[in-house]
Design a protein around this ligand. Structure first.
Ligand code: HEC
Length: 343
């Protein structure tokens, strides 16, 4: 009786975990709580270690013992699936490969923690290599034939040129709305101005601020008399610095430390994050257009931009209006572009 319940329980847990990792039961049905994501991830992985231990215990009480070798492989596969399907936003492959390697080493240490376990772990591999029984002999022959074929197929595939057309043409810069509401305040795009683009008298002054940004003709050089990181910097330059701090706390993961769209996470996404140094992005847009885009993010794009599956976050949920204006100021300052005016 006890073993029956154990077996059923173990089976049910395996099923849920398997469904979860394969994504049939959408991983998003169990939300990752913002801000606590790393802790939640470690907690969930910790729980799954316990569940796995419990399951193998129940199974062995029921008289079915999963070979050590397969326990290790299964657990490792579980971690890989977890990282790929559970964690959102997606982790880039290069980072997942590192986590996977660390997990493999951990599993290996677990498997070889004592002589007896290590022997059990090696046994299935040695069995196949020794080919003592007809079954193992067949298995070894299959491997000998299949492995080169798989490798050949893989290399053949990676050498094939890809002739597919781009799937669809998308409107990268759709027409903006006439006005946008951020934190309860309505901004008319045609008439709103960045409150931090001001001259020493505190008046909106694009000429003045343009004269303070990096030289475009000379490449991206800092103007010696206009250094935002100077502690005595006041007004416009001070706001640029504050915008820079916001940028490096929130945006550089995707848009890159050089603002060129090559952040650490950039290549996990399609479309990739905008490259602000490219004259096709902020340089040809009005500052209020950028304000609207930063505040509303990918999900705030109009239907016209469909299916623009952008991961650009709606920053109004995380930043104040002032912070959004400042980070925009920084983006123009750093790239050396001037915002386009409404003409
Ligand atoms: C999770 C990755 C990610 C983060 C973090 C992120 N962005 Fe983006 N961003 C994108 C992607 C992807 C695009 C391109 C698709 C689009 O236009 O929505 C984009 C586009 C933009 C655009 C539109 C440029 C254009 O040419 O239309 C602006 C402006 C922008 N981001 C500003 C920011 C700012 C400011 C921050 C930080 C406060 C930030 N982004 C953080 C992913 C990100």
């Amino acid at each position: 009786m006890k073993t029956l319940i154990g077996g059923l329980l173990g089976g049910a847990i395996i099923l849920v975990l398997a469904l979860l990792s394969v994504g049939i039961l959408p991983a998003t049905s169990l939300k990752l709580v913002e801000g606590y994501m790393p802790m939640q991830m470690l907690f969930e992985l910790g729980i799954s270690v316990l569940v796995f231990a419990l399951m193998s215990r129940l199974l062995s009480m029921g008289g079915i013992s999963l070979p050590r070798f397969w326990q290790g492989i299964l657990f490792w596969a579980f971690i890989l699936l977890y990282l790929k399907f559970r964690v959102y936003p997606p982790i880039p492959f290069s980072v997942r490969a590192m986590y996977g390697t660390v997990a493999l080493i951990a599993v290996f240490m677990w498997m070889s923690s004592n002589e007896e376990d290590w022997k059990k772990f090696k046994q299935p591999i040695l069995n196949v290599l020794d080919a003592g029984t007809p079954f193992h002999k067949a298995l070894r022959t299959t491997y000998l034939i299949a492995l080169p074929i798989i490798l050949w197929g893989y290399s053949y595939n990676s050498f094939l040129p890809n002739l597919d057309e781009p799937v669809e043409l998308r409107t990268v810069h759709p027409a903006p709305p006439a006005s946008t509401k951020v934190h309860g305040k309505t901004f008319v795009l045609q008439t709103s101005q960045n409150p931090y683009r001001v001259n020493p008298e505190g008046k909106y002054d694009q000429e003045y601020t343009n004269s303070k940004i990096v030289e475009q003709a000379m490449g991206r050089l800092l103007k010696p008399e206009a250094n935002p990181w100077d502690e005595k910097a006041e007004g416009y330059l001070k706001y640029v610095r504050e915008g820079g701090e916001i940028f490096f706390q929130n945006c550089h993961f995707c848009h890159g430390d050089n603002l060129n769209g090559r952040g650490l996470h950039a290549f996990a996404f399609n479309p990739i994050p905008a490259n602000f140094t490219d004259p096709g992005t902020i340089a040809q847009l009005q500052e209020t257009f950028i304000f609207w885009r930063v505040a509303k993010g990918g999900i705030g794009l109009p239907n016209e931009a469909f299916p623009w599956a952008s991961v650009m976050p709606p920053w109004e949920q995380h930043l104040t209006t002032d912070e959004i204006w400042k980070v925009i100021l920084f983006e123009y300052w750093h790239t050396g572009y001037y915002p386009r005016t409404w003409d």
